[in-house]
Write a protein that binds this ligand. Structure first.
Ligand SMILES: [Zn+2]
Length: 302
């Protein structure tokens, strides 16, 4: 190919190719730490109210529209009524071709998987299980505000995910259940859920329910990760996880995929649902891997 042809191709790429913004992993990690600084974001607590305010203050400076979806939830364990709130930060809100990028923002009331029985009634700080997904969403908001995406995007902050006792699935996913029954217009083509993406030893195999619910989307996302050389992603189906994506699909009919590292960590310790789910177990690089994939996916959309 001669020099002129190369220059021409370069020109075409500049004109027609959408420039992909660069994910800022340090800023994203600061968002993870900022949430943890508020304490556990357990429904009914001061930390929960602060967590909601933090989300609203952050996204309102970036999004075209911010939608708050508040509802009362009657808790079977305490008999109390809790106010739960999903937040949708909408970019290009009138665009009918749109997608959701979602994460839960609440944290678990009890560290019931902690190895020390004395800790099992304490709340979980949720650096990974809660704050990591929200941190990626907040960092995406910067870019979506600066560079209009080719499609509409809603960043969806889901409340009340982690309120169930182990094995009692109907008590979990309260925010996504409400959202699935009250989908704001225009609805999304699909949802990409991110959960537990901060683990400093990140491994992202395919989650089995995602593959059953949205095989084409799984193929596309893991294919994009491969093209980008994002090594933590692997094509093996390692586990099936019940998460908000199952509810969004089964109740709301939204094809939904969960990007989740369910082994936290991989060194024989378990930090999931323990008091040890703290920022030092997470890393900026892990947030960057997932954020980079999402930016390429969004800005690569035709
Ligand atoms: Zn959890």
């Amino acid at each position: 190919m001669n020099r002129r042809a190369i220059l021409y191709l370069f020109f075409v790429a500049q004109v027609f190719g959408q420039e992909i913004p660069q994910f800022n992993e340090e800023r994203a990690f600061k968002y993870l730490e900022a949430q943890c600084d508020l304490g556990p974001r357990v429904p009914g607590t001061v930390g929960h109210r602060k967590g909601l305010r933090h989300i609203l203050e952050t996204v309102s400076t970036f999004a075209d529209t911010v939608l708050q979806q508040s509802f009362s939830h009657s808790d079977a364990y305490t008999g109390k009524l809790y106010k739960l709130t999903n937040v949708l930060a909408r970019f290009r809100p009138a665009e009918k071709r749109r997608i959701w990028i979602a994460a839960h923002w609440d944290t678990r009331p009890w560290a019931d998987m902690d190895r020390d029985p004395k800790n099992r009634s304490k709340p979980v700080l949720g650096a990974n299980d809660g704050a990591s997904g929200v941190a990626v969403l907040m960092e995406l908001a910067h870019h979506l505000a600066k560079t209009a995406p080719p499609i509409g995007v809603d960043l969806v902050f889901i409340d009340g995910e982690d309120m169930g006792r182990s094995g009692e699935l109907t008590r979990f996913f309260n925010g996504s259940r409400y959202l699935a029954r009250n989908i704001p217009s225009p609805p999304p083509e699909y949802c990409i859920l991110i959960d537990m993406v901060g683990d400093s030893d990140l491994q992202l195999p395919v989650e089995g329910n995602s593959k059953n619910q949205a095989p084409d989307l799984v193929e596309q996302l893991w294919g994009e990760a491969e093209q980008l050389g994002l090594e933590p992603f692997s094509r093996e189906t390692a586990y099936y996880v019940e998460d908000d994506h199952v509810v969004l699909y089964e109740v709301g009919g939204i094809p939904s995929v969960d990007i989740i590292d369910f082994n936290y960590s991989n060194d024989g310790n378990n930090y999931w649902h323990t008091v040890e789910d703290t920022p030092d177990k997470c890393s900026p690089e892990s947030l960057d891997i997932v954020g980079t994939l999402l930016l390429h996916h969004i800005y690569g959309r035709k």
